[in-house]
Design a protein around this ligand. Structure first.
Ligand code: GDP
Ligand code: IMO
Ligand code: MG
Length: 423
């Protein structure tokens, strides 16, 4: 399919980076359309491991155009550092384009993110990545944000930065928080802007050109549908549209051009940060999955919360995203479990439902209804086709696909490129 949008179905970290890398073999361009360096997308090739935060995961396939679209919030300092590090590792970064319309994350956004989190009490904390995502999107909506094209005129950029930063410093002082050293911050920003200058371009035209030429284009979602600002477990969400529809607003491509939507989901569920998680496993069972799946955040290193596959939230997610094909990852992590549970309904105040409630409090307090399937207790990591999987693993995959009402397209049985196959 020439134009494919790939999104996370759960709360992020589904293995999107790995699947994008596999799909990029045949793609001309990979486009990020939302989020920022809150994302951490891991790609393992041979003994090399790359964790990408802002650069599209297509960068590891030479020749693929890598577009950072208008829908992102971009820290110039973080992007320049990531690109320099990739270049030092011998990766060609000349194919990267940064949208003139992308919003910039400034150092004061990061301070504000931290301040807000520390001021929130106990169960109100969101557990953000503290990358300044929420404050930068707030400035975008308030129409006070600074955009990437403004880095092209350093004198004006400095003026804009200092003006905004002084305003934030007054807020920090009033709140008793840490203030920003403007000269220090400007030095870093100036250096980053000088480096990024050559990569800033009108990506709306670049994306439409490759789409119009009939080339294969991949849109790389960050986070996951349940972290979507509208459809996720609000307020425990990120601040962007993580759903497939976000690919259009975040890149400037019409919905008429989207041919296929890939939904990536783990064979179980994880969440990093705070917020409701109906199928969360506490204690030893959760810990066992965390260890088997090496479930630690790729951006913050925080341990991920782990739990059973939740067919209620995943089918809701597939519906909103319009998923054509599923990429199911981390099946191998379940290799040693005697039995597996799948949540097929929620019980809320004694009433059974297969719908996801809007209220975070209801999500927090519901009782999951489970069905149980036998495990396979066998090594799945060497399978290279659906037929080579243990029988119970195949049954499990078919059952979760049936429950979310989508077809399995790809199965992943390990972190490496080759541990992947099409069904
Ligand atoms: P993303 O944010 O969706 O790109 O996912 P992350 O990179 O944050 O987290 C996924 C983690 O699982 C990474 O460490 C991957 O290397 C790893 N991974 C991806 N697919 C598989 C798989 O099928 N099996 C195992 N065991 N690990 C996988
Ligand atoms: P990838 O692209 C998992 C979570 C944070 C927090 C909430 C809000 O790697 O799947 P933010 O910093 O965005 O304001 O934090 O969203 N979060 C992610 N969780 N994977 C991600 O990205 C995430 N990006 C943000 O932990 O709960
Ligand atoms: Mg991640």
């Amino acid at each position: 399919m020439p134009v494919t949008v790939l999104v996370g179905i759960q709360w992020g970290d589904e293995g999107k980076g790995k699947i994008i890398d596999v799909l990029t073999e045949n793609a001309e361009a990979v486009v990020r359309f939302q989020g920022g360096n809150n994302a951490g997308h891991t790609v393992e090739i041979g003994n090399d491991k790359y964790v990408l935060h802002l650069v599209p995961s297509g960068i590891l396939r030479p020749g693929s155009l890598c577009i950072i679209g208008n829908g992102l919030v971009v820290s110039p300092v973080a992007l320049a550092a990531e690109m320099r590090e990739l270049a030092e590792r011998g990766i060609d970064v000349s194919q990267i384009q940064l949208s003139t319309r992308a919003q910039l994350i400034m150092p004061y956004h990061m301070l504000m993110d931290t301040l807000r989190e520390t001021k929130l009490s106990g169960n109100k904390k969101i557990g953000t990545t503290r990358r300044g995502i929420g404050p930068a999107y707030s400035d975008k909506a308030a129409r006070t944000g600074i955009r990437a094209h403004e880095m092209l005129d350093l004198a004006l950029f400095e003026e804009r930065f200092r003006h905004q930063a002084e305003h934030y410093n007054r807020l920090f002082t009033a709140a008793g928080g840490e203030t920003l050293d403007l000269d220090e911050a400007w030095k870093e920003l100036k250096d980053a802007a000088e480096y990024l200058k050559a990569f800033i371009t009108d990506t709306t035209y670049s994306v439409n050109e490759v789409v119009k030429a009939g080339k294969n284009v991949l849109f790389e979602g960050a986070q996951g549908m349940l972290l979507d600002i509208d459809h996720g477990t609000y307020p425990f969400v990120t601040s962007s549209s993580t759903i497939s529809g976000g690919a259009c607003t975040g890149s400037g491509v019409s919905p008429r051009h989207i041919d296929c939507v890939y939904g990536v989901m783990k064979a179980y569920t994880t969440r990093v940060g705070e917020g409701p998680f109906p199928t969360e496993l506490h204690g030893e069972s959760g810990e066992n999955i965390r260890i088997a799946g090496n479930e630690y955040g790729a951006t913050t290193g925080r341990p991920r919360r782990c739990g059973w596959f939740d067919a209620v939230s995943s089918s809701y997610s597939c519906m909103v995203n319009g998923v054509d094909k599923l990429a199911v990852t981390k099946l191998d992590v379940l290799d040693n479990l005697e039995e597996l549970k799948i949540c097929t309904a929620y019980e809320i105040n004694g009433v059974k439902t297969d719908r996801v409630p809007a209220s975070a409090a209801e999500l927090e307090n519901l009782t999951p209804v489970y069905e149980t399937m036998p495990g396979w207790m066998a090594d799945s990591t060497k399978a290279r086709s659906f037929g080579e999987l243990p029988e119970n693993a195949r049954k499990y995959l078919l059952r979760i696909a049936e429950l979310v009402d989508a077809e399995i397209g790809i199965v992943s049985v390990g972190p490496k490129r080759e541990q992947t196959f099409y069904k």
